[in-house]
Ligand binder design. Structure first.
Ligand SMILES: CCCCCCCCCCCCCCCC(=O)SCCNC(=O)CCNC(=O)[C@H](O)C(C)(C)COP(=O)(O)OP(=O)(O)OC[C@H]1O[C@@H](n2cnc3c(N)ncnc32)[C@H](O)[C@@H]1OP(=O)(O)O
Length: 180
């Protein structure tokens, strides 16, 4: 983590604490409701530059016998930290992401992921997150079962312009969202 981290302002467009966040893109594998294979994660805003996300660990997310696939958990962390960046009011993409897997997460669990912005340096947004099992076979809301850190980069609309012809569907804008 750099020494010269700045503390950004919370964007006025970010929902009030406890409010549900809109999907950032309806076809997103992490949160979109127009993505049949997706994880349909949902998020509420925290008090600051933070969010809490929810993931139901379905049977299709199995990696090892009876437990979540590490790549699915990594995706959930990516989504959660990206959604925390919504508090900046500008688009971001993931540049780097790392995960520590501390405990097995059984199928049938409901995970809560709390993610936040730790600070920014120019276009770089440093984030962190932790996951807890809040419902299911081994639920313990006090136990952290996995943690993650990531670096996001703020980007302009031109970033998505380059790939818009590959979109499955016809968005009216790169940031089109579904209503909550
Ligand atoms: C208006 C409201 C809108 C709301 C809307 C919100 C949407 C918000 C929700 C999103 C939620 C989505 C959650 C899923 C998010 C994905 O899954 S995004 C998909 C996966 N990621 C990608 O596809 C990104 C692919 N990579 C790239 O396009 C480019 O490498 C990047 C990341 C844009 C960076 O390229 P660049 O812009 O040319 O940046 P560059 O000038 O090279 O570097 C800038 C700085 O970053 C550093 N840097 C760049 N990459 C790295 C790296 N990997 N490691 C360390 N440092 C790095 C550089 O060293 C440099 O540092 P400084 O010199 O400033 O100290």
């Amino acid at each position: 983590m750099p020494d010269d981290l700045a503390a950004p302002e919370r964007a006025p467009s970010f929902p009030a604490p406890g409010g549900q966040l809109p999907q950032h893109w309806s076809k997103c594998f992490g949160c979109g409701d127009d993505q049949p294979a997706g994880m349909t994660m949902t998020f509420v805003a925290g008090e600051g530059l933070d969010v809490t996300g929810r993931l139901e660990v379905a049977k299709k997310y199995q990696g090892g016998p009876g437990v979540i696939h590490g790549g699915i958990l990594t995706t959930a962390f990516d989504e959660a930290q990206g959604m925390a960046c919504m508090s900046l009011g500008t688009a971001v993409v993931t540049g780097h992401l790392e995960v520590d897997f501390a405990r097995p997460i059984p199928l049938g669990s409901v995970l809560e992921i709390h993610a936040r912005i730790d600070g920014t340096v120019r276009r770089k947004v440093y984030t962190s997150a932790e996951a807890r099992i809040v419902s299911g076979p081994t639920a313990d809301p006090d136990a952290v079962v996995a943690t993650s850190r990531a670096l996001f980069l703020t980007v302009g609309a031109e970033h998505f312009e380059k790939v818009k012809n590959f979109v499955d569907g016809t968005p009216s804008s790169p940031f089109e969202t579904s209503s909550v």
